[in-house]
Design a protein around this ligand. Sequence first.
Ligand SMILES: Cc1cc2nc3c(=O)[nH]c(=O)nc-3n(C[C@H](O)[C@H](O)[C@H](O)COP(=O)(O)OP(=O)(O)OC[C@H]3O[C@@H](n4cnc5c(N)ncnc54)[C@H](O)[C@@H]3O)c2cc1C
Length: 407
Amino acid sequence: MVIVGAGFGGLRAARALRRAPVEVVLLDRHNYHLFQPLLYQVATAGLEPEQIARPVRAILRGQRNFDFRLVQVTGVDLATRRLHTDAGPVGYDYLILAPGGETNFFGLPGVARHGFGLKDVGDALAIRNHVLGAFERAMLEADAERRRALLTLVVVGGGPTGVEMAGALSELCRLVLAKDYPRLDLKDVRILLLEATDRLLGPMPERLRESAADRLRRKHVEVRFGAAVEDYDGQRVRLKGGEVVPAATLIWAAGAKATDLGATAGLPAARQQRIRVEPTLQLAGHPEAYVIGDAAYIEADGQPLPMMAPPAIQMAETAAANILRALRGEPPRPFRYRDAGSLATIGRNAAVAYIYGIQFTGFVAWVVWLVVHIIQLIGFRNKLFVLLNWTWDYFFYERASRLITKD
Ligand SMILES: Cc1cc2nc3c(=O)[nH]c(=O)nc-3n(C[C@H](O)[C@H](O)[C@H](O)COP(=O)(O)OP(=O)(O)OC[C@H]3O[C@@H](n4cnc5c(N)ncnc54)[C@H](O)[C@@H]3O)c2cc1C
């Protein structure tokens, strides 16, 4: 039983098979599971990567039928039931592909070259180093216009990642860096959140969407709707319609697509490069091969499932249950998504939450957000350190991780 990817989906599938009469081998190009929903806090100097990630071997070391291989999977040969990896072929009887997604720059080469995506630890550290470095460069810059460009941070995309990133950047600049750089004029710091449509947090109810925009504005974030980015050269963001915003930093939170593993393996492709699967999550014509999580394309009520953690986790449970059913000679069952809702924080005391049809805003939503994220983090040590960090930052207006390690 081979699983590709130790993300939300792959890890849950491995755990769901812990008592099954199978040997489970998990493959990943990293030796850790990463809690991506808190990556933006690494990017904004609030947390260290180790606090939101944990080695896969440590997470699953109590599981007797489990083993791990640190490899990059480069291809899938469904006919011979083999995976190609950078360490040679790996055969399987059953396969679960859960390689997740990557940033989608929508074919904008300037943005891909000069902007920052946010998908893994490397991206988050690159943003942290770059933003802190820009403040240092602003201290050395005599020209007022160039200094303002260094202190202008543009976030593109009004989904949860863009909203959380813009709110966290504003607090980093106004509550923490303002103390570190008393000689810089705070009026020069500009944080823009650019959204091409007319709304933030698209699938949320209108009241929550408006609350999020309002909270961001109160945190001095310039929220701009109908603002589509056409190009970025590292110095200037060019918008559709011709407007140019001088900015040394552009963070792209406007799109995701599946990794290219499906395309390189010639698997059936759907929107966002995702792999089309049967309602049972199997690949058509290959009942032994499943695809789950961000990489899988499946619809519910005529809409593709969102690229989020809950669908990945629930798909993992269905795929594992279907493999157990196959071992017992029973037919597989179709996947049904149970949508519990969604959350986004805008910063201290401010969040929006839509859970089981109930809407929360402000402090209550923020506490719900904190509790949900602490519960979901893997490992007691990580939960404890993150909670300690948040408590410290809350009372002392600090951010622990402000070292510039590379720029
Ligand atoms: C910044 C950010 C914030 C997010 N916030 C939220 C949120 O608040 N709530 C929410 O529900 N979702 C959020 N998401 C989305 C959520 O993280 C994903 O939907 C979820 O991780 C998908 O799970 P997965 O198992 O499909 O893939 P992933 O968790 O991405 O795991 C894929 C794994 O596969 C490995 N891999 C990929 N390709 C290969 C290969 N070729 N060979 C070997 N290994 C490979 C990767 O290293 C990775 O470990 C966020 C995502 C990001 C990037």
